[in-house]
Design a protein around this ligand. Sequence first.
Ligand SMILES: C[S@@+](CC[C@H](N)C(=O)[O-])C[C@H]1O[C@@H](n2cnc3c(N)ncnc32)[C@H](O)[C@@H]1O
Length: 322
Amino acid sequence: MNSAPRSADPDLVGYSLANVSELLLACLDAVGARSVLEIGAFRGELTGVLLGWAADHEASITAVDPLPAPELLELAAAHPKLVLLRELSHQVLGSAELPDAVILDGDHNHYTLSEELRTIAERSSSSALPLLVFHDVCWPHARRDSYYAPERVPAEHRQPLVRDARLQPGNPGIAETGLPFECAAASEGGERNGVLTAIEDFIAQREGLRLAIVPAFFGFAVLWEERAPWAAALAATVAPLDRNPVLERLEQNRVAHLVAGFSRRQELDDERRHSAGLRRILASMLDSRAFTLAAALSRLRRRRDPVVSRPAIRAALQRRDG
Ligand SMILES: C[S@@+](CC[C@H](N)C(=O)[O-])C[C@H]1O[C@@H](n2cnc3c(N)ncnc32)[C@H](O)[C@@H]1O
């Protein structure tokens, strides 16, 4: 595994497809891809991997992101062959020539992905679809939308949403603590909700499609047409990992630990905020005349062990500060 995902992802969330790069590149090789379009490139972890592969394969890489992170801009500056488009997926898919492979990893909601798939299908109506690669086909996005910019999705196609949502596997609503999302559907499941649901809805409208799901790092999937000349080579590449039950258990285990780690940190943060409030109250009490009076009274009544004691409270406050 190359080191890029770790250095860019100190919490080891595993959000980048670079975590499955060996598999993804094997799929590109199986289909003989010479042009790849990455929708949603973020910091360019995967883009960097693709550029390395492209150099050995005389292939071209186009990355699309309306808000490229500084790391991606640096990557583009260092690799003049990379075409970086600061646009939305539907603008690019509607106009640019379709490549051999499209990696769909932009806005993870049913509407956006369905529109992307519809456009690709319309534009390749006379030929086979390009290889379609997806991320986030397992928990949490398989059956739950999230939105980078909800206003870009027409209101009638948006799920009721929650800002600053925290998600836990097994909880179809919003949890107190868990994996954080800026904007997620209030509930998991139901019609037109989630990435996998969008893929299944697309498959239901067409004949001859095959889907393989590799349940690792939030779920990697490839979708292809059986009539494509490379279909058998691709099927053989992904078959051993497709819905592999050992991988499924590993991913459930990984996600459980990831969510538990986030939850512990969020609980600690809540605890810290709470105790900082208490400390502020105690500190202002210490300086009050009411406290001086109460301490004097307390000393009078219980000389050896006063209930209200300034040194005891100061010592407690210092312990917390240290
Ligand atoms: C999960 S990140 C992509 C990660 C990257 N593919 C990787 O594997 O390292 C999703 C990116 O999609 C971008 N994005 C969101 N909506 C988009 C859209 N409609 N079209 C293209 N990109 C979009 C976001 O700005 C974000 O940087």
